[in-house]
Design a protein. Structure first.
Length: 303
């Protein structure tokens, strides 16, 4: 029997299978789910909307029974009831010999432990007194059996895969902070042998550096905040890039850094703006819902 896919995205119920602390700032949560066989990860920087419960709730509250009307119904729920919705990257997917399927999501933990709600120990390198957000708090405490929900891909070629170098690309430039490290890892794994790549990854601690595997001809530069390394945008300004005819850049992380890197690539290095994919993964001082509200207000004002 074949199932007609009418939308590239659908909900998948999840439960935590296990967690693994990858480094001081990153924790991997492996999720299982009875329907994950149909989860069609597009690889590279495949992102999803993850729904998490508030403390004390057994599962995230999302009115999935409303079908296409779920969003409106979800928005109408009270703040403390409506599930927390956040964007994350699928770091891996596997189908196990026992027939089960799993996906991995790597969460960057943030926030100071002395700020209300913060949960982890990287405070020495996080200089701002911002409490951890609900997703970071959830991930730091996740344990087997915890329930979540994901709005994820039902088809592998979907709009939540943004890394799309044109066919003639002869140099890939990657710029990321720790939130975009899972995406960089997926992108590097997807690249063909020999393709030139220059990557800059900014992480809080030296121990957050990862072994990134790729067949591409990749030079990876780590910028470690705890050692006082210059920020991504400053570093890129001073970097020498190979002379090429058709470069493509992918930039993700904190919004102001992303904007600054993009401005530099397009304005000062002459990259074709259509060959720079840039995504603000988070913005200092604003939660993801505040960012969404701001984007909606801007859309409404433009209309
Ligand atoms: C397409 C996409 C893919 C993403 N993939 C990943 C991923 O794979 N792994 C990952 O960890 N993140 C990823 N992110 C970023 C993640 O969605 C945000 O960091 C999110 O804000 C975390 O939610 P929260 O509830 O912890 O914090 P929020 O409630 O959203 O924010 C609370 C406060 O914390 C600040 N904040 C948020 N994130 C950070 C941070 N990393 N460091 C310091 N301060 C922060 C905010 O500015 C705000 O002041 C992705 C974002 C997008 C758009």
């Amino acid at each position: 029997m074949t199932t007609a896919v009418t939308s590239p995205f659908r909900f998948f119920p999840l439960h935590v299978v296990r967690t693994m602390r990858l480094s001081p700032s990153l924790v991997r949560v492996t999720f299982g789910g009875a329907e994950l066989d149909a989860f069609a990860c597009g690889g590279r920087d495949q992102s999803v909307s993850l729904f998490l419960p508030h403390p004390g709730q057994p599962e995230p509250v999302v009115p999935v029974e409303e079908g296409d009307g779920w969003w409106r119904a979800w928005r109408q729920l009270p703040d403390g009831v409506r599930a927390v919705m956040r964007s994350y990257t699928v770091r891996g997917q596997r189908h196990n010999p026992d027939g089960s399927s799993e996906i991995d999501i790597d969460f960057a933990l943030h926030g100071r432990p002395d700020a209300p709600g913060a949960t982890h120990t990287t405070a020495t390198v996080l200089r701002e007194a911002v409490p951890a957000g609900p997703a970071s708090r959830w991930a730091a405490r996740a344990s087997p059996g915890d329930r979540a929900l994901v709005l994820g891909p039902a088809v592998a070629d979907n709009s939540a895969v943004r890394f799309r170098p044109p066919a003639d690309t002869d140099l890939v430039v990657l710029c990321a902070d720790e939130t975009a490290l899972p995406a960089v890892a997926g992108i590097l794994e997807s690249l063909p042998p020999g393709l030139r790549v220059r990557a800059w990854c900014e992480v809080p601690c030296d121990a957050d550096r990862q072994d990134l595997s790729t067949r591409a001809d990749a030079h990876i530069t780590w910028l470690v905040r705890e050692t006082g390394a210059p920020r991504l945008d400053t570093t890129l300004r001073d970097a020498q890039l190979p002379a090429t005819a058709a470069p493509y850049a992918w930039v993700a992380g904190e919004s102001s850094q992303v904007k600054s890197v993009r401005r530099h690539l397009v304005g000062e290095r002459g990259f074709d703006r259509g060959r720079v994919t840039f995504v603000g993964y988070w913005r200092r001082g604003l939660s993801e819902e505040q960012l969404r509200a701001e984007a909606e207000a801007a859309r409404a004002a433009a209309a």
